[in-house]
Ligand binder design. Sequence first.
Ligand code: AMP
Ligand code: GLY
Length: 425
Amino acid sequence: MINVLVVGSGGREHALGWKLSSSPKVGIVYHAPGNGGTPNNVEIEVHEIEKLAKFASENNCLTVVGPEVPLAAGIVDEFAKKGLAIFGPTKAAAQLESSKVWAKNFMKRNGIPTARFEVFDDATKAKEYAKSVDYSLVVKADGLAAGKGVIVCNDKSEAISAIDKILVDKSFGASGARIILEERIDGVEASYIAISDGNVAYPMATSQDHKRIYDNDKGPNTGGMGAYSPTGVIDDTMAENIQKNVIEKTVLSMKKENILFCGFLYAGIMVKDGKPYVLEFNARMGDPECQPIMMRMDSDLLDYIQASIDGTLASLPNISWKRQSAVCVVLASKGYPDSYPKNEEILGLDASNKDSYVFHAGTRRVDGKVLTNGGRVLGVTATGDTLQSAIYNAYTRVEKIRWPSKYCRTDIGKKGLRSSVGSDL
Ligand code: AMP
Ligand code: GLY
């Protein structure tokens, strides 16, 4: 038996811990720092790498890292130096997410399909370029910006304001010292996530996020307001295409450049005219994509995590998935992604329903009560034999949960009802 330390406090980490705790090989699952729904919370923040390593060492833990910030800071390198088992990419491999410039250049030199782009650190030159192109642009800050560093522009004046915002006003600080001006691709987005040991990569189930705050994809971008799996945007042919031309090519090209990518590799994909384009890479699981994916996973996640660490993934069979659909509806506090109230008591959490599970994110437990403690508060996740029934089951559970500022989209999964059947993933 091995214990597990899950680093992070979101719905993704609750779902990873929940799935790992079902493994007969796992003893105690600890969460650092965790939230109001996770068991065995340890009061260590995600950036306190030394403290996390000490805890993992003293408690015989394999460590699983959820968010990008400790990965980009080199948590995996530090643990490896101490001989501690940890799942996730090294600092060098995490550059796929932590520097968009690095990722775009990597894709370009290795022929991985992505939108054409140029890199600038000078606002005047960037604006000249923006005026000269005859297509719409997306302006991206190079570094980590909590999902806010991407501005999708409708015309040249929006592109020029975006350039000013990042390079002149320095709205994203050092993360915006360089920018990418990238061709805007108008297609359908989906998430393709794989698990890799640096040599091979196995697909996780396909999924689709809902990034905007309001129904019908209106309003500002968020961390994600809901997700479902599998998605018809990625049918079998498209899944094969992405697996070969994006995922395997990335892992093998990284290896050729002497960087082994171990961990979850997340490709944000735009499908246009039957072709996939990589919009971004994340060096981790998606949140909220993780919640429906974990509910559909039949195989033992620990086996795949252990094999990723040991470099033995190729000896395992493909991951098996429940044929059911799963939907995660994110319940947020009104005002998110800007400011929102905290410390409101959440009621109705214990209503039982065999088809659903409520993953916590921005919650904390005080004197037996569960209080809101973040923008994205809960991820109500349900399965069903069809996408339609999974949506029904999720919203049935959503209705029973209440607090004064509760807000959610009412159309999570609807986009999926319109697309085709999808792949077997
Ligand atoms: P990223 O963090 O790079 O995935 O960008 C955030 C969001 O911006 C994506 O989920 C897309 O909705 C949008 N986006 C990014 N790049 C492009 C692009 N080249 N064309 C159209 N939309 C994009
Ligand atoms: N759901 C998008 C992300 O995890 O980045």
